[in-house]
Design a protein around this ligand. Sequence first.
Ligand SMILES: [Zn+2]
Length: 129
Amino acid sequence: MDKKKDPDYIAKLEKAIEKKYGSEAIQNPRKYWDEEKEKEYLQQLKIMAENQRVIDEKNEKVEVDGVFISKKLLTRKSEKRICPVCSAYSFEIKDDIYMRKFDCCYECYIEMAVTERENRRKVRLETKQ
Ligand SMILES: [Zn+2]
């Protein structure tokens, strides 16, 4: 189920916000809130949503290439599918993991890793001379 539509989830969020900002914030946000608080509130929501997501992800894991990742992550629709580096469009699970971890597809990651290694080696060679 979409967490945003889950009534329990909203209730939990409100409870947490109430704890932090006082009950007035829930009952009459306009009166007590300014832009700064609104920003803080949104930030708070994001953090809580993220925490909830992490908890959910821990519940169900599958192994892909020796790495345990959440089954939910693999099936999430909003998942990034286009590599920002090479613009490749991929549905491969492997690319999914690298996209999430390194913000690029598997091939780009390898490419970057190799380039970085070569650069390091070059630096080492140069300093030896
Ligand atoms: Zn790529």
